[in-house]
Design a protein around this ligand. Structure first.
Ligand code: HXC
Length: 476
């Protein structure tokens, strides 16, 4: 698609208003004064998505490879300033080789102007980037400063510098796709929020995402008419959690049925699949879900899961989106690789993000809630508002086998089996925690939707604030 076709599809029909279409670059090096094209390869303006204003800019790869000149950096900065002033989301459609080589420092300075505005807008207005072609250098770093990055399978790539330079500098052979294709960033680097099959699907997904979000941090997300029964029993949940703690299941089989019309918009599904994040609606209002995924690494929290969850939690908190946490977690992932990779500082991000968040926070424990992972997954004492558990929940320092092997390692296998039974009777349930008030209620699976909607409803007017400070210092 051309950049105009993309914009046309992204926005409500006929709503696009273009700005700065007469702008041309002022470069006179390398014979550039003979190649001046109106608009200079970036299309800027504003329009509507579902009747709500958004600002946008889109790169045109057919003009100097969509590279950034000082002139079109000014155009983009103008759009960013308008979006911030007017409290509306800003969307960048990237198809750009980065800084325009012929312009040298002028172009680099242009990126600095854009980055500064990305940072100043962070947490004030949603910023969304779509990578729709090969993107290099600053055309990757600006998206990386935004909240969500969409990519198109087989068509879009992101890298600091392209395959030719990589070969020159490191002698590594690669092509654009293996260096920074959509699959690479969706499953390995964690840079991409969602991979789409083609341009059209990508633009439709952005429209959908915008529908879940408020226009700015002073507003609530759009409220839909609650057409799905609020007290709908979900009997399909009764048999989702297996009796045996070692049998996996798909946590999305719990999230999906409780959402309005059973619709869950998952983000980053292929990166750190041991944690699930995404948006849904409950009683017509946007909710951010964070859930351990027993189907992958038994739901253990590792470095990548920590990064993925913390950033999402922080986004929801910025934009007044309540958090619903579904927990089945055996602990942090053990191993030399994880320890050396920094699971301690990375894992600390989750507890930091949950604790700092002042939005309504609800937790449901479906099965395991062991050790430090129990604490960091939005436990009562870190500031959760309502904590629920299924009767199948097990809240303990660790699983029975591990505990017995540490406490009673000298005992005979027969005695160990008896002690395991004793331990499980004592701890493999939610009642110890409920007796102490760390869990507010124990619910049956079929009651999940009703119970969470009631919890969210009771917290709707929650108002707390953290101690005054310039800003906190989240572990990174
Ligand atoms: C000027 C550029 C350009 C650039 C591409 N073109 N990138 N012109 N400045 N940065 C031009 C090409 O000369 C070519 O012009 C046309 O765009 C299409 O480019 P191709 O290379 O033929 O396309 P393709 O094979 O698809 O490869 C795309 C690409 C590659 C991977 C993006 O062009 C590339 O590696 N470009 C350089 C990327 C880069 O290193 N940029 C600077 C990053 S530094 P003709 O006339 O032949 O059609 C940066 C600074 C900020 O951005 C960093 C902040 C942290």
């Amino acid at each position: 698609m051309t950049v105009y076709e993309r914009i046309e599809l992204l926005l409500d029909k006929g709503s696009f208003v273009e700005t700065d279409r007469y702008v041309k670059h002022l470069c006179t090096e390398f014979g550039m004064e003979r190649k001046r094209i109106a608009g200079d390869g970036v299309v800027c303006g504003y329009g509507k998505i579902d009747g709500r204003t958004v600002f946008l800019y889109g790169f045109d790869f057919s003009v100097f490879g969509g590279s950034l000149s000082a002139a079109n950096a000014k155009k983009i900065a103008k759009v960013q300033d308008m979006a911030l002033k007017c409290g509306a989301p800003v969307i960048g459609l990237y198809d750009s080789g980065g800084a325009r080589i012929q312009e040298g420092v002028e172009s680099l300075t242009g990126f600095a102007e854009i980055f500064r505005r990305n940072v100043m807008s962070s947490g004030v207005i949603p910023q969304i980037s779509a990578i729709m072609g090969p993107c290099a250098g600053g055309s990757c770093y600006s998206p990386a400063l935004t909240d969500f990055i969409f990519m198109v399978k087989g068509e879009s790539q992101m890298f600091v510098t392209g395959p030719n330079v990589v070969k020159q500098e490191t002698a590594e052979e690669c092509d654009k796709e293996t260096l920074g294709g959509a699959d690479v960033h969706a499953s390995l680097s964690g840079t991409c929020s969602l991979v789409c099959e083609n341009d059209a699907e990508c633009l439709m997904s952005i429209r959908e995402l915008i529908g879940f979000l408020p226009s700015n941090n002073m507003e609530d997300a759009p409220v839909h008419k609650a057409t799905d029964e609020l007290t709908r029993d979900c009997h399909e949940l009764d048999n989702v959690v297996p009796d045996s703690p070692s049998i996996p299941y798909d946590i999305r089989d719990i999230i999906q049925p409780i959402c309005d019309h059973q619709y869950f918009f998952e983000l980053m599904p292929d990166f750190a699949s041991n944690i699930v994040i995404g948006f849904g609606r409950m009683a017509g209002r946007t909710v951010g879900f964070v859930a351990n995924q027993p189907n992958c690494l038994a739901g253990a929290i590792d470095i990548n899961a920590s990064d993925k969850a913390a950033r999402f939690i922080s986004f929801c908190d910025c934009f007044n989106i309540p958090l619903v946490v579904i927990e089945d977690v055996p602990g942090f992932l053990p191993g030399v690789g994880q320890e050396h990779g920094g699971i301690i500082r990375h894992g600390a991000k989750i507890v930091y993000a949950f604790t700092e968040a002042t939005v309504p926070k609800i937790t449901l424990i479906t099965r395991k809630a062991y050790g430090g992972a129990y604490i960091v997954m939005n436990s009562k004492q870190t500031g959760a508002d309502i904590n629920l558990a299924y009767p199948s929940a097990e809240i303990a320092v660790m699983g029975g086998r591990g505990a017995v092997s540490i406490l009673y390692r000298e005992e005979s296998p027969k005695r160990q089996a008896e002690l395991l039974k004793e331990y499980e009777e004592k701890f493999a349930n939610p009642y110890c925690a409920a007796e102490r008030g760390y869990v507010d209620d124990i619910i049956q699976p079929y009651e999940t939707r009703t119970a969470i909607i009631r919890a969210l409803d009771c917290c709707r007017n929650k108002s707390i604030s953290n101690p005054p400070k310039k800003h906190g210092n989240m572990p990174v």
